[in-house]
Design a protein. Structure first.
Lengths: 455, 455
């Protein structure tokens, strides 16, 4: 038995430290579709002091630790490697405070995003962070991956919606700034180091979320446009002309929309003969939104549009965009990508993907969809078969196009284990050296999530 | 002659390196009102390579460096200390690119904020960062201090509006990520370390600003409310009810407003008999804004209101809020404060300040005003005389109240030299230790802006 694990058991007891068959299978894999690996031990702290104690012990033994939350990650960040001790925040659940005057919500990091969204809504606010995995992903994971999602256009990434954190450093030190004030320039904003660091610098245990005002009314529409460039023009026009701007602007290119409304049988508010369908949401009245879309139609900026007249219709429109979560029931195994492309080159990216992807194997399908306004598209590639080397072949095509157009290999899903080999396509050596200096300063023994992001 | 300065002169030449009487007086003081101190030498680089060369030399000699931009700071950050080499970015001026598709503006860090605002406006966008010193302060300084200002309510601090940076580390390494994509999770967002670090971790040389859509129309009003709590209720109501939300929500308590409309003779849109006047701005139509204010008035949430009917009227309303910049012509010498108070305790803070400030000396005046929605107020205290020790006496009262109510000693102006002694009122030892770890990792010789922020 590993000496570190023995010490963890002595210090924290069998309620907190699990080994062997007592480790639930959920802690052996995330959503990256890699073969499950059971961690050497699973630590399930109930409070921050136990997190601190666990890290102190692991650090003394130079024992590798993998942090876990909702296990919804797509870059194998929380997917254990052999011999790692998994530290899961799944028991540290709970909303500790909603401060209506400050417009903030303080929660333990194992709380799911959906729970936070519902608490915010109940208090008359909107939680700015929203993504498809909301029912399972945790706010600690959202912070650690600087999660993106559906509302980045309006509210920014997770980073822009966090006011305070409590973290535990790799040596067990607890550092806390549960700040609720929007303006606080007293020294370095150290919380920024941990947001997006994917658990490699410390463990996030508490989060102060900055809430947004809840719009009185939200309009939803599916709109057909000629191409990507037209979509960008429509985006900019909407942001200026609508007094409340836009909340959501999700693109579904023809391949994606055809599958959703074809083999998946979902309702088609606009014809699948169009190159690009956009799911748009804007705060404000339906009259204002109709006026805007009518004008855009008159100018030829929009080819067709359908505005949701009811909650049910709105849900059906969202089902189109979220149809990707059901693809596994209808389509071959996918290799998925989450890339950013400079908006000015997005049209070029779409054409290049269509031109080059079929070359990996005859009969290869693909879909392109996503957060167009944020320069972020998702590309899922489905070759008829997946022989050895096929995944790498596909990665070379997609990341080759990404690098060529000055994009990022990870727009929102993080680097984790899976994108480490490709990180130098988007970061210079000087940048990587700087990141490594911070890593070495905060985690000199390299125990936190090794093999993810950097080393 | 200092060996370091001699080497700087040899490496960069007399055009770049100035000493003695060749150093302009502007580089000897910022706006903190301390006695001017001429730096031992002034380095005026024309490009990033010269910044790199200069830092490499200073680092080798362990020579203290103070970074300078617009010299508008209020915490003595750029105010030289004896024996320092000043490195001014004043020659690195220029807008390099406005990318209309991406909605970004790339500029050299010595460019003034106003120049950037005008370029953004010309291209059909809004620059989210705005503060009174706009004509002189530089974007590099805004980034380094994580400047706040007038539009934080809507767009967040400077940090939330920066997509990319080029910096030079204390050892001369140039690190660049002139990212223009809203979503880029490829590794650590290292730019975050330098935003708000007040020049203590490296020199910012280029900035990529994320631009905002330009509202089609902006409404301005001055509104009278009963007290601070009523103001907060009005704020939350406006954010929800107005489709475009709010842009600006600046508070002027009675003392401030009375001076502006009394001895300074500015026009009073609402009576100075009110406890609190708010300058509000919202995107959208005047009709919508009038409807909102009329409803608020009917409920007694608003006591009186005047909406600007013209650009000239709007300017006169802003002149009320910006009257503080002329105070030195009408009032005794001020000791100024920039504090954050949790919004739920803001009413308490105002009452405590009024109760305790007169105790420092009979006849002491004060004004309270500022970015109420962001939990940030400015407090200027004017004793009839300023004997030795008076400043410290006033600081004890104001920072004592701040600490007692869980506030921050620096909401937006930064720590610089002047607030270092008070930093532990707002930061725990664990937080300060963490900040120092980062400082040590990036600036092991401690050459960058010593004596500011931390050590």
């Amino acid at each position: 038995m590993n000496a570190c694990i023995a010490e963890l058991q002595r210090a924290l007891g069998p309620d907190i430290v699990k080994t062997g068959d007592d480790i639930p299978v959920r802690n052996s894999f995330d959503q990256t579709k890699m073969a499950p690996i059971s961690p050497a031990a699973l630590v399930l702290p109930r409070n921050v002091e136990q997190v601190s104690e666990a890290l102190k012990i692991c650090n003394a033994h130079k024992q590798a630790v993998v942090t876990q939350g909702g296990m919804t990650g797509l870059a194998a960040g929380a997917h254990p490697r052999e011999g790692e001790v998994a530290l899961s925040l799944e028991r540290m659940v709970g909303i500790e405070e909603v401060d209506v005057a400050a417009g903030t919500l303080t929660a333990l990091s194992g709380t799911t995003l959906q729970t936070i969204q519902e608490a915010a809504d109940h208090a008359g606010f909107l939680c700015a962070i929203d993504l498809g995995a909301r029912g399972s992903c945790t706010i600690g994971g959202n912070v650690s991956t600087n999660a993106g999602g559906n509302q980045v256009l309006r509210f920014g990434m997770t980073r822009r919606n966090i006011l305070g954190l409590e973290v535990v450093l790799p040596d067990g030190t607890i550092v806390r700034s549960l700040n609720k004030m929007m303006k606080n320039n007293a020294g370095y904003d150290w919380t920024q180091y941990f947001i997006g660091a994917e658990g490699t610098l410390g463990v996030v245990t508490r989060v102060v979320v900055m809430l947004q005002p809840k719009p009185a009314d939200i309009q939803t529409a599916v709109v057909a446009v000629t191409n990507t460039e037209a979509a960008i023009r429509l985006l900019r026009r909407a942001q200026s002309a609508l007094p409340g701007g836009l909340l959501v602007f999700e693109a579904m290119w023809q391949e994606f929309y055809t599958i959703a409304t074809g083999i998946m049988g979902l309702n088609a508010p606009v014809s699948p003969d169009n190159e690009l369908a956009i799911l748009m949401e804007a705060p404000g009245t339906r009259a204002d939104f109709e006026t805007f879309l009518a004008a855009a139609y008159e100018e030829g900026l929009v080819l067709d549009a359908a505005i949701a007249q009811s909650r049910a219709e709105r849900d059906r429109m969202w089902a189109l965009r979220e149809s990707v979560y059901e693809h596994h029931k209808y389509l071959p195994k996918q290799v998925g990508f989450d890339i950013s492309i400079p908006i000015a080159r997005m049209e070029e990216a779409v054409q290049a993907l269509r031109a080059e992807l079929p070359s990996v194997m005859p009969g290869t399908q693909h879909v392109i969809f996503g957060h167009l306004a944020d320069s972020n598209i998702h590309v899922n590639v489905m070759p008829p078969e997946m022989p050895d080397g096929m995944k790498h072949k596909i990665e070379s095509v997609v990341y080759g196009i990404t690098a060529r157009l000055g994009g990022s290999v990870s727009a929102e899903h993080g680097v984790g284990q899976t994108k480490r080999p490709w990180l130098n396509l988007s970061r210079t050596d000087a940048e990587l050296a700087l990141m490594n200096r911070i890593k070495t300063a905060l985690d000199p023994n390299g125990i936190m999530n090794p093999g993810r992001v950097l080393v």
